[in-house]
Structure formats: structure tokens, C-alpha cells
Design a protein around this ligand. Structure first.
Ligand code: UD1
Length: 361
């Protein structure tokens, strides 16, 4: 029996672990233990995802909450050390690039417990992003780097990770997206929001680089307002963004935009799959829009999901460029003159491959 101790804590982790749980054949000699660090704790940032994804209740909840990077990372290390030592798993499985990922990987490596990093090798090459620092450090200490695509393998090779530590398994976010797509359609989110499929923009912004800077956040708000003169704009507002909009006096500036609370997974997928255009800085939505064949404008100077640019529907823009491009895309989609592209090899089987590798390695 192989015991996998999965570490999740922040919203983007939940759909990734779901792919491994779902990808485990019944009767396989694998025991899953789920640790929720509590990095995200609001019902709509955490519980809604457990519900939508059919995830089991965590075996351990660390309840660490928010704080500065140092405080949050340190608290997760202290609390997870006890759980990792007590359960002595065969693998600690960490996901993506959030602070919970780095904190638990650091604890596991010092205790000599093997680490598998899901979504390894993904790089934006921008070390100002806390996520990029987390990715580089976790890949340096992981025993197995499980990558979503061959460009990630090449990034790892350049950083000196030997080939025997790298396995290209595919994209776990795609697994989960494909498995819920029809279920999401049944939610009927566009009807609930009273918007016409293909004729509205769906927006999410939460990256520190965008929302912690008053000028940038004001420019994003301006772009959304301009788009809203032409088509409905639904903006699902992350708690960090909500706080900043209020702090910078911008909450009332978004006069035309429809502000929504953070949405569950199914509702998000449904609004994304029917949107005319998505505007975001989320890594997950860049991947998801490419799979869904919906145009995506990413307001960031770089992306770690390069295949979505070269083979998908994603484009990097500045806040200043976003409105005219979004309006052109909405027009093109209304005319039916817009073609989607999807990268090869994102086939919905990544979770199954990972479980197979970890249980036989
Ligand atoms: C984290 C991840 C980011 C990911 C994002 C998805 C890191 C370094 N960043 O950023 O990569 O894209 O999650 O959401 O791990 N807050 C609440 N309720 C919550 C969670 C957060 O109100 O349930 C507020 C708090 O004010 C908190 C702030 O949001 O201080 C930021 O939360 P934090 O977990 O530090 O980072 P995120 O911006 O969510």
C-alpha cells in the first residue's frame, strides 16, 4: 500500500488534487490522506470547491489563515511538520505554486520524506512573483517533478534537474475541467446572471502585481468600465481584490461592471465556457479558456502557461490595451469569425498517470 499525503490550502489547489483522487482506479493499493492548510478559509474560497468537486473532508485541517508571506509560510511549516511526522507517508504530494506548496515541501525534504511536485517546471521567468519563487524552490528539492508539458521539462533541464527526476504527465487542471464540463453546463450560470451566451465578458483579477498597485488596479477598473459600455461585464472579485478596491477608493469606480462574490468551480467553468471573452490574471483560467476554446486576455507581463499563447486562445495585454481588444473579440465572436486552438496532449489522463507512477516508483 502506498500512502500519499496531499497538501492543499489555496483555491487553485483543489481542482488539481481532485484529478488524482478521480484518477485512482478502485481497488488500487493507494491510500490518500488530505491535508488542508487553511491558507484559504472563506466558504466561497474553499468549501464551495470541496462541494463542487466532490472532495472528501480533509483528514487534517491546519487552520493557518492569512498573514505576510513569512508568517503564513512559517505557520504552515510548524503545523504541517506534526502531521507529516505522524503519518510518515510514502510521498508528500504538493501542487502548483502557492505558499502551502513551498512550506510543506520544505518540511518534507528535511524529514527525508519523498516529495512529488504536481505542475513542476512551469515558469513565468519573473522572480518578482511570489509564485515563481515557490515553483523554482520546490522543483529544486522535489524527488519527482511531474510536469504538464514538454516546455516544462526543458525549463527543469536548464535548471539542472536530472532527467530521472522528471516525468511529463499532462495537465491535471484539464482532467478536472473535462470531467465537470457537462455538469457545469447544467448550472445555467449565464441564465442566472441574465446574460446571453457569447455576448458578455467574464473577469477575475487577484495577482499582487495587479491589485496591490493603485495605478494598475485603477487602469484595470477603467478597462472593465469601457468594455461594459458595449457588453455586460461580470467581475468575480477575490477577497484580496475587494480589500484593495475599497482601500484605494475604487469600489465605486466600477459603475457599469457587475461585481460578484468569488464563485464556486462549476459556476466559474460555466461562465467561462459561455463568455465572449475572459479577462484575467489567473493561471487556471488561462488554461481553462484554452481548453474551452474561449478567447482570453491575460493582463500580465508574462505567463507560466506558454502553451496557451502558442497553441491556445490566450494573449498577454496591458490594462491599457485590454478594452479595445476585448471589444474586437466580442464583435468577432458575434460575427462567428473567431477560431479556437487547443494544445495537443491535454487529454484528461494526467491524474491517472501520476497515481500509477507514485504507486510503482
Ligand atoms: C494565493 C496564491 C496565488 C493564487 C491565489 C488564488 C500564494 C503566494 N499565492 O493568493 O498564487 O493564485 O491564492 O486565490 O500562495 N483572503 C480572504 N479569505 C480567504 C483567503 C484570502 O479574505 O479565504 C484575503 C486575505 O485578506 C488575505 C488575502 O486575501 O490576506 C490574500 O490571501 P493569500 O492566501 O495570502 O494570497 P492570495 O492572494 O489568495
Amino acid at each position: 500500500m502506498t500512502t500519499l499525503l496531499h497538501i492543499v490550502g489555496a483555491r487553485p489547489n483543489f481542482m488539481k488534487v481532485a484529478a488524482l483522487l478521480r484518477g485512482t482506479p478502485s481497488g488500487a493499493p493507494v491510500r490518500h490522506l488530505l491535508v488542508h492548510t487553511g491558507q484559504h478559509y472563506d466558504a466561497d474560497m474553499s468549501d464551495a470547491f470541496f462541494r463542487d468537486l466532490g472532495l472528501p473532508a480533509p483528514d487534517f485541517h491546519l487552520g493557518v489563515g492569512s498573514g505576510s508571506h513569512a508568517a503564513q509560510t512559517a505557520r504552515i511549516m510548524l503545523e504541517s511538520e506534526r502531521v507529516i511526522l505522524d503519518s510518515r507517508p510514502d510521498w508528500v504530494v504538493v501542487y502548483g505554486d502557492v505558499n502551502s506548496t513551498l512550506a510543506c515541501a520544505l518540511v518534507a525534504v528535511k524529514e527525508g520524506i519523498r516529495i512529488a511536485h504536481v505542475e513542476a517546471g512551469v515558469r513565468s521567468f519573473d522572480r518578482r512573483m511570489p509564485e515563481e519563487v515557490n515553483r523554482v524552490l520546490v522543483d529544486a528539492i522535489a524527488d519527482l517533478c511531474l510536469t504538464p508539458s514538454s516546455d516544462a521539462d526543458q525549463n527543469l533541464a536548464r535548471e539542472g534537474v536530472p532527467p530521472e527526476r522528471i516525468r511529463c504527465v499532462g495537465n491535471v487542471m484539464v482532467d478536472t475541467l473535462l470531467s465537470v464540463r457537462e455538469q457545469a453546463r447544467a448550472v445555467g450560470a449565464p441564465a442566472t446572471q441574465q446574460v446571453t451566451p457569447g455576448r458578455y465578458a467574464f473577469a477575475t483579477f487577484h495577482r499582487a502585481g495587479n491589485v496591490d498597485d493603485p495605478m494598475t488596479l485603477a487602469a484595470i477598473a477603467g478597462a472593465l468600465n469601457r468594455i461594459a459600455e458595449r457588453a455586460p461585464v461580470l467581475f468575480a472579485v477575490h477577497p484580496r481584490t475587494r480589500k484593495r478596491l475599497e482601500e484605494f477608493g475604487l469600489a465605486n469606480a466600477l459603475t457599469r461592471v457587475r461585481l460578484l462574490d468569488p464563485l464556486g468551480y462549476l459556476e466559474t467553468v460555466d461562465l467561462a465556457q459561455h463568455a465572449g471573452v475572459v479577462l484575467t490574471d489567473s493561471g487556471g483560467l488561462q488554461v481553462e479558456t484554452t481548453v474551452l476554446g474561449v478567447p482570453c486576455l491575460t493582463v500580465r507581463p508574462s505567463t507560466e502557461w506558454t502553451a496557451t499563447l502558442t497553441e491556445g486562445t490566450n494573449r498577454l495585454v496591458t490594462a491599457g490595451e485590454a478594452a479595445p481588444i476585448a471589444i474586437d473579440l466580442l464583435d468577432a465572436r458575434a460575427r462567428g469569425s473567431w477560431q479556437a486552438r487547443t494544445p495537443e496532449g491535454w487529454d484528461g489522463q494526467a491524474g491517472r498517470r501520476i497515481v500509477e507512477i507514485l504507486s510503482t516508483y
